[in-house]
Design a protein around this ligand. Structure first.
Ligand code: PMV
Length: 334
């Protein structure tokens, strides 16, 4: 290397496959209000993840990039995909950002165990995995803020007013206290705690729910401003509780946040049933997580109650549950 472009090209042809992974996420408190400038707390969920694998295709024409995402039945030439296709956008934005005008022939295979449209950040995780794998492969690994910034651009395709919380927590793979326009605060969990995630199995598009909240806010600005402020106050209290290692009050704060989300109109009978079931089975608190109307809810539990709450959620209709310990993550996921 070091003596010209052709050597670099040969080097890329000889490159082995490179992959990157990104975790799912849950929002502990603050969804929707975060779109209107309030803080949110989000944490990674490493039990589910998206993976992007970049493999050289020296037999193909240089520049031919194949996107292969079997779970969404996608096997296509990048050039044939529309500009608003989120996977294609992640690739194009990365190539443009690193100035790779003539990339070698590649296949990018994308797989994910994060449920789609479930509020666990599947879209942002796929983007982050693609951006990392592709930039690494092309010899220009990007720092977190740039990875997150590019993923945010893709988020804008999913919905027009993303707060940026998903791409931030998923890129950092650490707990974050996020407020639009303020420096990102990655924080330590003093006392780990256990969350059971329950999936309603109902797919809900974040963009539709966010848009609906905007319409409601525009027709009743005072009511919605009050709800957003109350959620912001709860989130702030919860952040201090978590960073002080005083988690006792957290369940009550999650319950109160859920009631405000109900008032906002973003819950659903399925979510309310799971929230109720978790509380009855001994959870300290429970709420919907993410955009709502479907997707996932979360319950704060004593570790010894986790299996009971998980079973109660399944009896109440959850199609899947995940038990996860929220703690400070050291380094990237395995
Ligand atoms: O449903 P999810 O995981 O995409 O979470 C959306 C969170 C919202 O606050 C509703 C939207 C946003 O951009 O923050």
């Amino acid at each position: 290397l070091g003596n010209g472009g052709s050597d670099r090209f040969l080097y890329l042809l000889a490159m082995p496959a490179i992959f990157a992974k990104a975790p799912g996420k849950i929002i502990l408190l603050g969804e929707h209000a975060v779109v209107y400038g309030q803080p949110a707390i989000a944490v990674p969920v490493n039990q589910v993840q998206a993976k992007a694998m970049v493999t050289p295709n020296p037999q193909n024409q240089p520049g031919l990039i194949i996107l292969d995402a079997p779970q969404i039945h996608l096997l296509a030439d990048l050039n044939g995909l529309p500009s608003n296709h989120p996977l294609a956008a992640a690739v194009r934005l990365t190539l443009a950002h690193i100035g790779a005008a003539h990339p070698p022939a590649l296949t990018i295979r994308v797989t994910s165990t994060i449920p789609i449209a479930g509020g666990l950040g599947s879209g942002a995780a796929v983007s982050v995995a693609i951006i990392r794998a592709l930039s690494d492969y092309l010899g220009s690994p990007l720092p977190d803020d740039q990875v997150s910034g590019l993923a945010y651009e893709v988020e804008k395709i999913h919905h027009t007013h993303p707060s940026g919380v998903d791409n931030t927590v998923i890129t950092r793979a650490k707990p974050v206290y996020f407020q639009k326009g303020l420096p990102i605060e990655v924080f330590d969990i003093r006392t780990p705690f256990t969350i059971v995630i329950g999936d309603t199995g109902v797919a809900a598009q974040t963009s539709d729910v966010v848009q609906d909240v905007r319409c409601r806010y525009e027709s009743e600005p005072e009511k919605y401003a009050r709800i957003f402020n109350s959620i912001g106050e709860l989130t702030c209290l919860a952040y201090h509780a978590i960073t002080d290692g005083e988690n006792h009050g957290l369940g009550g704060m999650m319950n109160a946040n859920h009631e405000l989300l109900v008032e906002m109109g973003v819950s659903s009978p399925e979510l309310n049933a799971l929230v109720q079931a978790a509380r009855q089975a001994g959870a300290a608190g429970a709420k919907l997580s993410g955009a709502g109307r479907g997707g996932n809810m979360i319950a704060l539990v004593n570790p010894e109650h986790a299996e009971t709450v998980s079973a109660a959620l399944k009896t109440a209709g959850a199609v899947n549950t995940i038990i996860t310990t929220i703690q400070t993550q050291i380094g990237m996921i395995e």
